[in-house]
Design a protein around this ligand. Structure first.
Ligand code: FAD
Ligand code: DHB
Length: 391
């Protein structure tokens, strides 16, 4: 087999890249380790920047998000019983869209079906060959048979646990990493959201987040101990703990119900530099992870896809090799800003085991500064709605 670009990973990064390339007549084959049903069942991101919405539109997968997505022009930050709003529209003229990653992935698969793009599911033992040569290839096992695809370029869109990043020789890459001493316990419930905008809550008992997917589907998170397990959390225990972390007014209004999904996610900051080696390019979680506070993971994956798509289309359309050579440099400049914002917002909102009395006063002073200072609110809003791609 031969194609122009082999894309490893059929999550949102891989599919978005495949469909953007298709708009320029560039062929690709997507290789996905799991089944399509498995990929579509993963509950993850919920807040999309306008840059990602525009890319979905460009890829022919933007109709449903425009129709069913919920634009949010602000968000709430609470500490104890106090709460204040950051007005995105006032500070940036922009909003974010609340729309589930599951739906984004569904829309991208539907677009791929419409255009007849090739996606191979349940591939095993994916191996990258000759990434530092002019004739790379990818081989894999499918139903016990080894298959091989020769190509011009390889896009590693296979998430944090994929094979692409580790295919770069150790001497050619460097990792920057920080782990946080807690996780997020999340539930999805068929109940109306407690508020019409998201609430990020700092409380003495730890962080909580009230989010949503639709007007009748809520997504809530609470900070939990690292290594905690969902078996330790009945629905009743979750709701009781969430209420203790919200301002009294919101706690009183919270409508509870059975959870339809419950999971724990660890918090980590991670960047691999560079994001390319020869003709292999990393995109999204394969190259970097942010702690979820501020919803930057999927959005930063999308900006990588934007830079890689732009570089590859210039290669094929204008014989321009410079953009491809500079992909990592372009992508990383924005990645590090998203890392900084997610790290800052995580530090501001969580309880850390090592926090001293002084640390707690500093955290409170910073929240109160944000509450009262328009410049600080503007900086927060600009980061939250998404920094420009060409910054
Ligand atoms: P993935 O979604 O991990 O997709 C990678 C794909 O590659 C998967 O389908 C996987 O099966 C496949 N794969 C892996 N290994 C191989 C292999 N060897 N061969 C072939 N295929 C392989 N981000 C936001 O922007 N906003 C949010 O609100 C937000 N909330 C989040 C909440 C939670 C609880 C979590 C856990 C994450 C959240 N994120 C959020 C982060 C976001 O979900 C990720 O950044 C996003 O999924 C990254 O997309 P990706 O395509 O790069 O990687
Ligand atoms: C969601 C997740 C986030 O990390 C965030 O900051 C906002 C919303 C969510 O899953 O809805």
């Amino acid at each position: 087999m031969r194609t122009q670009v082999v894309i490893i990973g059929g999550g949102p990064s891989g599919l978005l890249l495949a469909q953007l390339l298709h708009t320029c007549g560039i062929d690709s084959i997507v290789l996905e380790r799991r089944t399509r049903a498995h990929v579509l069942a993963r509950i993850r991101a919920g807040v999309l920047e306008t840059g990602l919405i525009d890319l979905l539109e460009q890829a022919g997968a933007g109709a449903r998000v425009r129709q069913d997505g919920m634009p949010h022009e602000g968000t709430w930050i609470s500490y104890g019983d106090e709460a204040f709003r950051i007005d995105f529209a006032k500070h940036t003229g922009k909003s974010v869209m609340v729309y589930g990653q599951t739906e984004v992935t569904r829309d991208l698969y539907a677009a791929r079906d419409r255009t007849g793009g090739q996606t191979e599911f349940e591939v095993e033992d994916v191996r990258i060959e000759g990434a530092d040569s002019d004739a790379p290839a990818v081989s894999y096992l499918q139903t016990g048979q080894r298959k091989r695809i020769a190509c011009d370029f390889i896009a590693g869109c296979d998430g944090f646990h994929g094979v692409s990043r580790t295919s770069i020789p150790e001497a050619k890459r460097r990792y920057y990493e920080k782990t946080y001493p807690f996780g997020w316990l999340g539930i999805l419930s068929e109940t109306p959201p407690v508020n019409d905008e998201l609430i990020y809550a700092n409380s003495d008992r730890g962080f909580a987040l009230c989010s949503m997917r639709t007007p009748s589907l809520s997504r809530y998170y609470i900070q939990c101990e690292a290594g905690d397990h969902t078996d330790n959390w009945s629905d009743d225990a979750f709701w009781a703990e969430l209420k203790r972390r919200l301002p009294a007014e919101q706690a009183a209004n919270l409508i509870t119900g059975p959870s339809i999904e419950k999971s724990i996610a660890p918090l980590r900051s991670f960047v691999c530099e560079p994001m390319q080696w020869g003709r292999l390019f990393l995109c999204g979680d394969a190259a970097h992870i942010v702690p979820p506070t501020g919803a930057k993971g999927l959005n930063t994956a999308a900006s990588d896809v934007h830079y890689l798509f732009s570089a590859l289309s210039r290669w094929y359309q204008n014989n321009d090799a410079d953009a491809v050579a500079q992909y990592s440099q372009h992508a990383l400049a924005r990645v590090w800003k998203a890392e900084r914002f997610s790290w800052w917002f995580s530090k501001l909102m969580h309880r850390f085991p090592h926090h001293s009395g002084f640390d707690l006063r500093m955290q409170r002073a910073e929240i109160e500064f944000l509450r009262s200072n328009q410049a600080a609110q503007q900086a927060m809003a600009e980061n939250y709605v998404g920094l420009p791609y060409d910054d």
